[in-house]
Design a protein around this ligand. Structure first.
Ligand code: NAP
Length: 244
């Protein structure tokens, strides 16, 4: 995307990024912070979150929050507690980037490992529902909130052998579209879907082990789009699916 964000695009914004320790989420968290946001880093590996935290502090950006949480096992109560802490600390949420996801297996449905199926659906879909549901009151406190759902080409159109990942992203798009309709009249909350497309991360390397990573775009290349959708320059963009 051809977009140059103003340096203070996200000044004073409170943004929660899931899967902020690695891949696209890590770069998005660093980028949002560098444009002035206070970012809350949610992820399952505390050491990775700490290193993102350290990078943000070293850059002089606003101090981020750290929310270690395994979305495969997080209970509604745990998520509610996080929302309460954030309400106390910040009073609102201006952006939520649903980014964390797992790939699962790529085998025919009839051979799909049942526990893996459940886990993929939990992380990629049910946790997204829980976070959205529980953080909605905080999003409503924002004067201009952006809710972003990370999908995939195999979410828009299910692809054979991509199993629970494909189904979870298909359903995630359904959830996002449902919310788009329900929030149509909530003029200050916008919901969009973004599909980063093939990007150089460990998830992509696992999915396509024979691919040369050098042929792929880097997470940094996606940041104009991620900034645009998170900042108020996209205030009028609602209910769209954008491709990276
Ligand atoms: P990635 O490199 O595998 O990073 C995923 C992040 O999510 C990691 O920080 C990971 O934490 C976190 N995560 C995974 N399971 C979690 C859990 N149970 N609880 C909390 N955090 C968890 O993936 P990516 O390629 O950056 O993908 C980011 C998003 O883009 C995903 O929604 C993916 O489906 C979508 N996408 C990616 C591509 C691509 O080509 N890369 C293409 C289309 C769509 P750990 O590091 O601690 O494991």
């Amino acid at each position: 995307m051809d977009y140059t964000a103003p340096t203070a695009l996200l000044k004073d914004k409170i943004i929660l990024v899931t899967g902020a320790g690695d891949g696209i989420g890590r770069v998005a968290a660093l980028t949002y912070a560098s444009y002035g946001a206070t970012v809350v880093l949610l992820g399952r590996t505390t050491t990775k979150l700490e290193s993102v935290y350290d990078e943000i502090i070293a850059s002089g950006a606003p101090e981020p929050g750290i929310a270690p949480m395994d979305l495969a096992t997080a209970t509604p109560d745990e998520i509610q507690k996080l929302a309460e802490v954030m309400e106390e600390q910040y009073g609102r949420l201006d952006g939520l980037l649903h980014n964390a996801a797992i790939l699962g297996d790529r085998v025919p449905v009839e051979h799909y490992d049942i526990n893996t199926w459940m886990k993929v659906m939990q992380v990629n879909l049910h946790a997204v529902f829980l976070l959205t549901r529980i953080f909605m009151p905080l999003l409503r406190q924002s004067s201009s909130a952006s809710l972003l759902f990370s999908s995939s080409g195999v979410g828009a159109t299910p692809r054979a052998y991509w199993g629970a990942y494909s189904v979870s992203k298909y359903a995630l798009e359904g959830l996002a579209k449902l919310l788009m309709e329900e929030l149509e009249n909530a003029s200050h909350i916008r919901v969009n879907i973004l599909n980063p497309g093939g990007t150089r991360t460990s998830m992509r390397a696992t999915a396509y082990p024979n691919e040369d990573p050098a042929t792929l775009k880097a997470p940094e290349d996606l940041m104009p789009l991620y900034l645009y959708l998170m900042g108020d320059d996209s205030e009028h963009i609602k209910g769209e699916t954008l491709q990276g």
